[in-house]
Design a protein around this ligand. Structure first.
Ligand code: SAM
Length: 264
């Protein structure tokens, strides 16, 4: 059993059988498997919302430094007891790998709309599989297969998340609070975070999920100049012209909310 056993054909919705080089369904639709191991089930070119290769490289470099480990630890703790983990908007798969490390017999599936991200995601962990797909469309994943779904700084499709989760499934969400990385935002004029983000989360998830637990987590960091450039360049600010060049260590705090949701 692996995350590839949960997939549906993006053309007809039948089950997909994934082999070394390709995946096919009983109706004869097939998709080649990329050399790196992921399956591209998007069925079209990726859109402008997909992280670029440069953003993905910066994300990989920044997360590998371990500054966000307290966030990964909190997500892992909330995923305990799960055998099937699906992360949507999984990026490089750094969090998915940390969660799978903490769940020795679980299987994982990472979904991202970015091909550059999927290349890393496919290799993030021996028990993780990767697909390219769009969270705004119905996911090519069978119903009720996941014990836990992760949404970490990523787009959410609550109706489809509820479909993919089993009846006792949990959704674990990490969102930035209004003052997330405030020190860097103020110094470099970075994009702001909507003040009502938490209310919007509650109203978009509310019809399908009930919140069972939430905590605000602050992660103070002292970043080397190159780490700060990576932190700024791995997120939405990469699409804008912001220079975060500093010569000395920079103190900044990640301020996030981690919430768990149960299906209604
Ligand atoms: C801010 S990054 C977070 C990545 C990862 N969760 C992490 O925290 O390291 C958002 C990710 O969502 C992906 N993404 C954006 N729009 C998407 C969509 N419609 N469907 C799936 N993934 C999407 C981006 O390519 C990017 O990898």
């Amino acid at each position: 059993m692996s995350g590839f056993d949960w997939l549906l054909c993006p053309q007809c919705g039948d089950g997909l059988v994934v082999e070394d080089r390709a995946a096919r369904c009983d109706r004869g639709h097939s998709v080649d498997r990329a050399r790196q191991g992921y399956l591209n089930l998007l069925g079209r070119a990726q859109g402008a919302n997909a992280d670029t290769p440069d953003m993905v490289a910066r994300r990989h470099a920044f997360l590998s430094s371990g500054h966000y480990s307290p966030i990964a630890d909190a997500v892992s703790q909330r995923s305990s007891g799960s055998a099937a983990v699906v992360e949507v908007g999984a990026g490089t798969g750094w969090y998915l790998a940390r969660v799978l490390d903490a769940l020795p017999s679980a299987e994982g599936l990472g979904v991202d709309v970015s091909v550059a991200a999927a290349r890393r995601l496919a290799k993030c962990h021996p028990r993780a599989r990767a697909i390219v797909a769009d969270a705004w469309q119905p996911l090519p994943i069978a119903s009720a297969v996941a014990d836990v779904m992760l949404s970490i700084f990523a787009p959410r499709n609550p109706e489809d998340f509820a479909r993919v989760l089993g009846p006792k499934g949990r959704l674990v969400v990490v969102t930035p609070r209004a003052d997330h990385l405030r020190e860097a935002r103020e110094r470099f004029g970075l994009l702001g975070i909507e003040a009502d983000k938490q209310q919007r989360l509650a109203s978009t998830l509310g019809p399908w999920f009930t919140e069972t637990e939430a905590e605000d987590l602050d992660v103070p960091m002292v970043l080397a100049p190159g780490e700060l450039v990576n932190l700024v360049g791995m997120g939405p600010n990469a699409f804008h012209d912001h220079s975060a060049d500093v010569q000395e260590p920079f103190e900044v705090t990640a301020r996030v909310r981690i919430s768990s949701w149960q299906k209604r």
